[in-house]
Design a protein around this ligand. Structure first.
Ligand code: NDP
Ligand code: 2IT
Length: 445
């Protein structure tokens, strides 16, 4: 890195103790070096210095009372990173590992991902260190109401439109929406991932997982591979993993493993997804319960071992940095030919380097998992029209968007001299539109 080195140095110096944010920014700036060379006017206008600094960051206290009458205090976040091309848009993560650096890395990634969707949405992210696991519905509701009491001051259908992420699903979105409506006295598309009877979009639940498969199908078919008959390993067993499994199976793949943060299951006959949905979506149980129903399958304690399973295609769909360099080497040594990131930043830089240098078809998160937020933008569109499309209509638009993202990322990679490098292609293609918008809107913006 030459031109952008000082930008990165400043980010690291002024945002200490935020390793995930540094990691996300480093990757993007490395990709953008050839763009900076071609666009000195953007360097001059400080586009690169500005894009790494959130427009606004809100941190707040979230107080709620648990079932024992004890007062609990969590910390809430909303990072409104960039609104050059539309209202801030991005999910809310509820997980004990959440801190400012994690939300900033996610918000930063979201800028480029949202731009790639071709729809008019800026980048943002939020969440809390609240852990919904093991909490009663009443506790989750009281937390969500308290969280929204503050968040409501900062969002709006044309300002910032949050959605789900880890730990935030339909239940949490429902409680948050109810509280927003109570506070503002208006019924508006301020959140996405809403219930289907109150403004939610058909196919939003399936969108991230399905979109991942739509993207990866394009990417692997361009290299003469196919999902049909392929052995696939998918990490996680939440929203993204479940619907990635569903579409992979529809494409004729055999998904042999899924996981949660405690361990993984291996079923050589292929995962029975109905069992997984029952455990995860209905009972909110643990993935190890799968072997109670399918005693032929095995459960292994510890989630990282999942990458030791030989497979043709790996789809990490759990969390950041879940595949390190060693695990990537193991995947490649065992014959893995394609990796599609359903989660945000699931591969460490060393893992990405291993995949790219081994000729693995690598679908980076910003491009490969953009189907969720793209369908959120379609939900916003339907809310604005006060109308709703059928499942097939939304699914078809999602499919077209994912194919377009693949083509745009692939074309940008080639144009900037790195054919097949979809990491560079996605970062560059996502950046160009935002940079142009920022440039045209002037420096005071
Ligand atoms: P869910 O909460 O539905 O599921 C998360 C899954 O990942 C669970 O199986 C969970 O296991 C596992 N997991 C979470 N944290 C960890 C951890 N620290 N270590 C190991 N496993 C972990 O979330 P989603 O499926 O919605 O999200 C998964 C990933 O996809 C995230 O990276 C998210 O940012 C990304 N994403 C989600 C989109 C969406 O529309 N939902 C859109 C684009 C990206 P456990 O139950 O044990 O915690
Ligand atoms: O990481 C993501 O893109 C999401 N969690 C979805 C965001 C959204 O607004 O639908």
């Amino acid at each position: 890195m030459e031109i952008l080195k000082s930008v990165l140095e400043k980010v690291i110096a002024r945002n200490p103790n935020e390793p995930e944010f540094h990691q996300a920014v480093t990757e993007v700036l490395e990709s953008l070096e050839p763009v900076a060379k071609r666009h000195p006017e953007w360097v001059e206008a400080g586009i690169f210095d500005r894009i790494v600094e959130p427009e606004r960051q809100v941190m707040f206290r979230v107080t709620w009372v648990d079932d024992n009458g004890k007062v609990q205090v969590n910390r809430g976040y909303r990072v409104q990173f960039n609104s050059a091309i539309g209202p801030y848009k991005g999910g809310l993560r509820l997980h004990p590992s959440v801190n400012l650096g994690v939300i900033k890395f996610l918000g930063f990634e979201q800028i480029f991902k949202n731009s790639l969707t071709t729809l008019p949405i800026g980048g943002g992210k939020g969440g809390s260190d609240f852990d919904p696991k093991g909490k009663s519905d009443g506790e989750v509701m009281r937390f969500c109401q308290s969280f929204m009491t503050e968040l409501a001051k900062h969002i709006g259908p044309d300002t910032d439109v949050p959605a789900g992420d880890i730990g935030t699903g339909a239940r949490e979105i429902g409680y948050m929406y109810g509280q927003y409506k109570r506070l503002q006295n208006n019924f508006t598309g301020v959140l996405t991932g809403k219930g289907l009877t109150w403004g939610g979009s058909l196919a939003r639940k399936e969108a991230t997982g399905y979109g991942l498969l739509y993207f990866m199908k394009e990417a692997i078919e361009a290299k003469g591979m196919s999902f049909n008959g392929a052995k696939v390993v998918i990490s996680g067993s939440g929203n993204v993993a479940i619907y990635a499994t569903e579409k992979a199976q529809q494409y004729g793949a055999k998904v042999v493993a899924l996981s949660d943060s405690n361990g993984y299951i291996y079923d050589e006959n292929g995962i029975d997804l109905e069992t997984v949905k029952e455990i995860k979506e209905v009972k909110r149980g643990r993935i190890k319960e799968y072997v109670d129903v399918h005693p032929n399958a095995k459960y292994v304690e510890g989630c990282r071992g999942i990458w030791s399973i030989p497979c043709d295609i790996a789809l990490p769909c759990a969390t950041q940095n879940e595949i390190n360099g060693e695990e990537a080497k193991m995947l490649v040594a065992n014959g893995c030919k394609a990796v599609g990131e359903g989660a945000n930043m699931p591969s460490t830089p060393e893992a990405i380097e291993t995949f790219l240098s081994s000729g693995v078809v690598f679908g980076p998160a910003k491009a490969a998992n953009a189907g969720g937020v793209a369908t959120s933008a379609l939900e916003m569109c339907q809310n604005s029209m006060r109308y709703s499309w059928s499942f097939e209509e939304v699914d078809e638009k999602l499919h077209d968007i994912m194919v377009k993202i693949y083509k745009n990322a692939s074309a940008a990679a080639a144009e900037y001299g790195h054919p097949d490098n979809l990491v560079m292609g996605a970062n560059i293609a996502g950046f160009l539109k935002v940079a142009e918008a920022m440039y045209e809107q002037g420096i005071a913006y």
